[in-house]
Design a protein around this ligand. Structure first.
Ligand code: HEC
Length: 268
């Protein structure tokens, strides 16, 4: 579910601001200076990328440079002075995105050493390197298979009905230019409005749900009494009901915009 990715990102950002440890300075710098172009997670929508995601970059860097020191040196030098013949990524990457603009004005050599070290230590995650089965995946969700994710307690859905109800706005988006579905311009305009409204509500409610779930879980594990926790649970169920209603509204609105045939096509 796409929402999960959004949540993960929100989660990462919020843990970041709350606890900036020394080892994370590299990440803070990366976020400030590189993340506008290089995303840290596995992309869900390749069409919106403006540069290769960093897991891909690091895979190629590590194939070319075997030690941490050499890899960091390369990253730092390339970032200050990108050159076609020095690039380690595939030529079609440069063809697609263009050569990286020099970041000389934005970042110092010292900062790049920190950033490069952090990139080296965190990307790509174990199973992308291919041979380190069982090593824990990192928090950037760059793992290929679910199996190898660390065994954490799975957080539940933000909806009351956790399976079966289709995520219409996502399905529609995936089929946006599908010639069989054949959305008209008017339909597209209306669907965008529905998508906007849905995403806005969900983005508003979901963080509250996650926060409350986390709080209840922690308090419960610390031995807090049911009397104290139950009202929080009631509040949680109210928020989840709200999210579920947004979900239902989205299905209803989409249903009204699409023809019966189009709906049938999407529910296949
Ligand atoms: C304005 C967008 C932009 C920003 C900001 C940016 N990059 Fe890039 N970067 C690119 C593009 C586009 C490519 C792919 C083309 C290329 O390799 O030159 C790339 C490629 C790379 C590569 C791979 C080079 C190779 O061998 O192919 C590295 C390493 C890299 N960037 C590091 C960084 C670091 C570190 C920062 C932050 C200090 C950064 N980039 C900021 C756009 C950007």
């Amino acid at each position: 579910m796409k929402l999960k990715t959004i949540l993960l990102t929100v989660g990462v950002v919020s843990t970041l601001t709350s606890s900036i440890q020394a080892t994370e300075i590299g990440e803070v710098l990366f976020d400030a200076k590189c993340a506008s172009c290089h995303i840290k997670t596995r992309p869900s929508d390749f069409s919106t990328l403006v540069a290769p995601p960093i897991m891909g970059v690091m895979r190629h860097v590590k194939m070319q440079y075997k030690t941490r020191e050499d890899a960091v040196k390369f990253i730092a030098e390339y970032t200050l002075n990108p050159q076609r013949d020095k690039a380690v990524c595939m030529p079609q990457k440069i063809k697609r995105f263009g050569l990286m603009p020099s970041q000389k004005e934005n970042v110092s050599m010292a900062e790049l050493v920190t950033i490069g070290g952090w990139m080296y230590d965190n990307f790509p995650s174990a199973n992308l390197q291919g041979n380190q089965q069982g090593k824990k995946c990192n928090k950037y969700n760059t793992c290929k298979t679910k199996k190898q994710k660390p065994k954490k307690v799975q957080s539940s859905s933000q909806f009351l009905i956790s399976s079966g109800m289709p995520h219409m706005t996502k399905i529609v988006k995936q089929n946006w230019d599908n010639t069989v579905l054949n959305l008209s311009e008017t339909q597209k305009k209306k669907l965008l409005v529905v998508r906007g409204a849905t995403m806005q509500s969900v983005m508003h409610i979901t963080p509250q749900i996650k926060k409350l779930e986390k709080k209840i879980t922690i308090m419960a594990m610390q031995g807090e009494s049911p009397q104290k926790l139950n009202p929080m649970v009631d509040q949680l169920s109210q928020l989840k009901a709200e999210a579920t209603k947004v979900h239902i509204r989205c299905i209803y609105d989409t249903n009204n915009i699409l023809t019966k045939k189009q709906m049938e096509f999407l529910s296949k």
